[in-house]
Design a protein around this ligand. Structure first.
Ligand SMILES: [Zn+2]
Length: 343
């Protein structure tokens, strides 16, 4: 409980709407002090809690003075240092504020080495992603993601601390996967229904279209990833070929399914399913933000295969063999899916 109470100090320090002499003193004494030996024990404890508070805070862009471009969540529910980790690694200023980077509709980022082709493509994607953001005159606004009103409460943090990793079976299933942190954060957000799907945006007051880009249902994480006909058929196809005659409705079903299959196939099934989810999300974003076409099943299947190949750089020989032994044959894809449609 102490941590949850102490975290309130950190929340007030980060929140521009809280002002006071105590804040001025702390900031003038420690904000630019990188020598930890000069930190008081109180400040040490606060800094230890900072990361935990950061995980649950998101920002609404105002003048961009208090939002850290790479570290804070202000574009998606994932900081840019994770969703664009390849660029973060080579950027010169990891602690830049949004105000310093978003200048006149352009990105002012300098890199400490030449970009590879992939990094250049990531840069273009980042540019695209930030097109709709610009700094205004108002102050930045901070939001506590765990409470309904966006304000910090020690109780919500205490509940999270109490529950974290102990009762959650999903915790082990997701965080131990040999995948990049970006994908694991994504899976965790799908599981927690915290990804910025249209229903979540609507709950935050967003006024845009809330209908799924493939059908006429409300877009939620459960719908988009599991129940939408566009993806349900691909799941059916993938699961049936292993004689898994089950229907997935949400991430809880998928986690339960992982627990059953783990003893036969190790993490290989989890990795394949993660690749499907990530490609579903990428295709949805392509349609939503770039007016892309609805991809064919074969196209989606090819993207999943390409992604698995790309990820396999992270794995040892044993895991590669396990994963590739489950590799689906795309040649079978159209016929099987046509059968599914006719049924
Ligand atoms: Zn749909």
């Amino acid at each position: 409980m102490n941590d949850a109470l102490l975290a309130k100090w950190m929340w007030k320090l980060k929140n521009p709407s809280f002002e006071g002499w105590w804040k001025d003193i702390l900031m003038s004494k420690y904000a630019h002090c990188i020598n930890r030996k000069r930190w008081s024990s109180f400040w040490c404890k606060l800094k230890k809690l900072e990361q935990m508070v950061n995980i649950h805070c998101s920002f609404e862009l105002g003048d961009g003075r208090s939002i850290r471009f790479w570290h804070d969540k202000w574009v998606d529910q994932i900081p840019l240092k994770i969703s664009f980790s390849s660029l973060y690694k080579i950027s010169d200023n990891h602690d830049a504020k949004v105000l310093d980077v978003l200048i006149g509709g352009k990105l002012n980022i300098s890199f400490n080495r030449h970009c590879s082709r992939m990094q250049y493509l990531d840069f273009l994607e980042l540019q695209d992603r930030l097109q709709s953001f610009s700094c205004s005159n108002g102050a930045d606004r901070i939001r506590w993601d765990m409470g309904s009103k966006g304000m910090f409460t020690s109780k919500t943090l205490y509940c999270w601390l109490d529950d974290r990793g102990v009762s959650d079976v999903a915790y082990g299933c997701i965080w131990k996967l040999k995948l990049s942190i970006k994908i694991k954060v994504f899976l965790w957000l799908v599981y927690k229904r915290r990804l910025l799907t249209r229903d979540v945006l609507m709950a935050k007051g967003w006024q845009g279209d809330v209908i799924c880009c493939y059908c006429h249902h409300l877009e939620s994480a459960d719908h988009l990833f599991f129940q939408c006909s566009q993806h349900r058929r691909l799941w059916q196809w993938f699961l049936n070929r292993f004689d898994f005659h089950i229907r997935l409705h949400n991430m809880n079903d998928l986690i339960a399914f992982f627990n059953v299959t783990h003893k036969y196939w190790g993490p290989a099934v989890q990795i394949w399913c993660s690749a499907f989810l990530w490609i579903f999300w990428k295709c949805r974003n392509e349609i939503t933000f770039h007016k892309g076409k609805v991809p064919s099943y074969r196209n989606m299947g090819s993207k999943v295969l390409a992604l698995i190949l790309y990820w396999s750089d992270l794995w040892d020989v044993g895991l590669k063999e396990q994963v590739f032994s489950l590799s689906p044959d795309l040649q079978e894809l159209p016929i099987q899916l046509m059968d599914a449609v006719e049924e």
